[in-house]
Ligand binder design. Structure first.
Ligand code: CA
Length: 419
């Protein structure tokens, strides 16, 4: 597929993250406009609240774009998803007679504040990257026991917290928790010393289900994808995780990028999951290519200093697709809701520079990274800004995700010391 040309000139550059081929959905506000739904085109945002009110895009009865979330629109279903995308593509394409009506509804991205694009119903995080699972398992349990016996049969996950999902740009406060080193007699309560990122993709569930669904049905129910940083306190995690999995170590915050790149925009970039090391049971078998070829990058910038790229990888290295994760999530009869968010698990490629966490990049702190500034890092230090970026590269165009940014701020004083 070639670049689709738009009358919004900035959208036509080969490296523009938001060409007409993309049309990602977000929620924005300006000093003059309340938070509402919008679509990115070039360096502009089309105000869908006003487009709906003006009748430029189809009415459905109740206004679905006026509020600060995409949930109401997602609930309308796949036919409406396709209808909106077709309509926006027609209105914004070069030569469209919609230019006059829509020009007045464009807001410069530079003037906008972005918000969480969805009301997150629930958040589930998986562990579907083979390299990440092997690396972390090796560090926590030794190479012989690195992959748990269930790992090649089910996409392992845990129920995370929707309440701490935040939009890119939100500062992250270093958490306190129980820490216990291998040689300590007992735990102590202190700020995490091994605070980390996890480079992930987030899949957004756009249709509800009330019982087990197939991998194909799951793929159909996914509305789109975002970048996701699952902030992780490794020292809290190492002490608390057995036998029920991560809890407070992952509950501080999860950052997502503000633009939902739709499954429709990613269609040209579908790719297969890797060859299966053992056959999957029938209900989890692939229903077709369900991963996506998305280049991913992580940078770290110490406070007041330039950023260094610390990892480069691709979503296509995952062992399980989001569709398989969602299907697995429903096998027990667990209902899924519009606005459910599924984290892919840390995306680490086979090479050392392709690891999606500092835990792996510094190998548990044994091999600190040297940044371009000359600073070294094993884990995140206060004031560090971590930025995830992602893009699928087409022939003469880019399907960009924008960035997912967070700056880590110092721990507060001991929360249990009342002065
Ligand atoms: Ca994670």
């Amino acid at each position: 597929m070639p670049l689709l040309k738009s009358w919004v000139e900035s959208a036509n550059a080969a490296d523009c993250p938001f060409p007409l081929n993309n049309l990602p959905y977000g929620v924005f506000s300006t000093p003059d406009l309340s938070a509402r739904c919008g679509v990115a085109i070039g360096d502009m945002i089309l105000d869908l609240k006003r487009a709906e009110a003006d009748g430029v895009i189809a009415q459905s009865g109740a206004a679905v774009f006026a509020g600060p979330a995409w949930n109401a629109f997602m609930a309308l279903g796949r036919d409406r998803w396709a209808g909106l995308r077709n309509r926006l593509t027609a209105l914004l394409s070069d030569g469209s007679d919609g230019q006059t009506a829509l020009s007045a509804l464009l807001v410069p991205m530079a003037d906008a504040t972005m918000h969480l694009p969805i009301q997150v119903a629930e958040y589930t995080d998986f562990y579907a990257g083979r390299n990440h699972a092997f690396n972390v398992g090796t560090m926590f349990r030794g190479a012989e026991n690195a992959l748990p016996p269930n790992w090649l049969h089910i996409p392992i996950g845990y129920n995370g917290r929707a309440s701490s999902v935040v939009v890119s740009g939100t500062d992250i406060r270093r958490p306190w928790g129980q820490l216990k080193g291998p040689n300590d007699d007992r735990p102590r309560f202190a700020p995490s010393q091994r605070f980390d990122i996890e480079l992930e993709m987030g899949a957004i569930v756009g249709q509800p289900s009330s019982g087990p669904i197939t991998v194909q049905e799951a793929d159909d129910n996914i509305f789109g994808y975002v970048l996701l940083n699952d902030w992780s306190a490794r020292d809290i995690q190492a002490w608390e995780y057995q036998p029920l999995g991560p809890f407070q170590s992952k509950a501080t915050a999860t950052s997502i990028s503000p633009w939902i790149v739709t499954a429709a925009a990613l269609e040209p970039f579908r790719c297969d999951t890797p060859e299966r090391e053992v056959p999957l049971l029938a209900h989890l078998q692939d229903a077709g290519p369900a991963l996506f070829d998305i280049d991913l990058r992580v940078t770290l910038a110490p406070e007041g200093k330039a950023a260094t790229t610390i990892a480069e990888t691709n979503y296509n290295v995952m062992y399980y697709s989001a569709a398989q994760q969602l299907a697995h999530h429903t096998t027990s009869g667990c209902p899924m809701r519009v606005g459910d968010l599924l984290g892919s698990g840390t995306i680490s490629g086979p090479d050392k520079t392709a690891r999606g966490s500092l835990l792996e990049l510094s190998w548990g702190g044994k091999e600190p990274l040297t940044l371009d500034s000359g600073d070294t890092r094993s884990f995140i230090e206060d004031g560090d800004t971590l930025t995830l970026a992602g893009a699928a590269r087409g022939d003469g165009f880019t399907i960009g995700f924008g960035t997912c940014v967070g700056t880590v701020r110092p721990a507060l004083d001991d929360p249990y010391t009342r002065g």
